[in-house]
Write a protein of this length. Structure first.
Length: 44
């Protein structure tokens, strides 16, 4: 039963880590898009 608990703990940690990474990816994407829009507006 102890191994099962450890597996559940590891799974939860991976889910949290994945959520944090996905949040960072989305943040980076939004900022790249914003920078691109600002560059386009500056050139227009």
């Amino acid at each position: 039963m102890r191994n099962y608990g450890e597996l559940v703990k590891m799974t939860a940690e991976l889910i949290v880590e994945q959520a944090a990474l996905m949040s960072q990816v989305q943040w980076n994407k939004r900022h790249r898009e914003e920078l691109l829009l600002q560059l386009i507006e500056a050139l227009a």
